[in-house]
Design a binder for this molecule. Structure first.
Ligand SMILES: [Zn+2]
Ligand SMILES: [Zn+2]
Length: 290
């Protein structure tokens, strides 16, 4: 057993969990293609190439024999996990050097990795559909999904010499709707804008306008049949904003009614969602409109 034994053990464990893995070079860059694989060739499909270490994340596999061979071929490489719908994995990549931070109101606990550069990787199940490369309105937070990968423990960051390490032992959880909403690509300008009412920063909420927009957007995007549940979830989220002083109750109600109507919900259903959601968060609903 060499000193890179733990890397192989970690790679095989991730693969057994269902995550396709591959190895980056020591520099944290993908390994160079072999001479038979041209960098640019429209007739060459990286997804079906089949070479052990060519084409970056396309080489990712769950096959233990291939992983073992790859580990032998890429001496002291960094372990990486392919992300995206194919792998049911979307990773929120928080880089404090660029102003990123964990936003507890948007990001519930899930599997977490402390990166070798002092950041955080939050692993979530992929919600389906297209995700943006960056979390809107939040500098220093990227989203790794289709066409991406993340460096995994126990890799050592080549720049800092620090390891990537798992923090806690939480499972990979689902993204809640407000997080999914801010991970979506920004809507084209002609899409109906969410109703954003005047807001003041509240306790523990860094950008109330973005958070409210995310809750309302989740309602707008909820599939038929799930709308009532999503509206209730949004009402709870908005109630917490009211409790934090980020939004007045009348403004919260007005925004939720507008979102409910836009999603084809009756005012009666919206009123029930607001009453239930606010009650669940112990926030008063006196003077509730409509
Ligand atoms: Zn090749
Ligand atoms: Zn190839």
């Amino acid at each position: 057993m060499t000193d890179s034994g733990p890397m192989l053990v970690a790679a095989l464990a991730l693969a057994a969990e269902g995550y396709p893995v591959f190895l980056l070079g020591r520099s944290k860059r993908p390994v160079a293609n072999c001479p038979a694989c041209p960098k640019v060739d429209t007739n060459h499909d990286p997804a079906t190439c089949g070479h052990l270490t060519c084409h970056g994340f396309y080489a990712a596999t769950r096959d233990p024999d291939r992983i073992t061979a790859m580990h032998a071929a890429v001496a002291r490489g960094l372990l990486a996990i392919r992300t995206g719908q194919l792998c049911d994995l979307a990773v929120v990549d928080i880089d404090p050097r660029n102003g990123g931070r964990v936003l507890p109101e948007l990001m519930p606990p899930t599997r977490c990795v402390r990166t070798g550069s002092g950041g955080w990787h939050l692993y979530y199940r992929h919600p389906g559909g297209t995700l943006a490369a960056k979390l809107h309105g939040h500098p220093g937070i990227d989203i790794k999904a289709d066409g991406g990968y993340v460096v995994a423990p126990p890799s050592i960051h080549p720049g800092t010499g620090q390891p990537y390490r798992r923090v806690g032992d939480r499972p990979v959880n689902e993204m809640p709707p407000p997080l999914v909403a801010v991970c979506r690509p920004i809507a084209p300008p002609d899409a109906p804008a969410a109703t954003v009412t005047p807001l003041t920063p509240g306790r523990g909420i860094s950008s109330p306008a973005a958070l409210l927009a995310a809750h309302l957007d989740a309602v707008a995007r909820a599939p038929e049949g799930r709308r009532r549940n999503v509206l209730y979830g949004a009402a709870r989220g908005v109630a917490r904003m009211v409790a934090a002083g980020a939004l007045t109750a009348p403004d919260a109600h007005a925004a939720l009614y507008a979102a409910g109507r836009q999603a084809g919900q009756s005012d009666r259903d919206t009123r029930a969602a607001i009453t239930g959601g606010f009650h669940a968060e112990s926030v008063a609903t006196e003077g509730i409109a409509a």
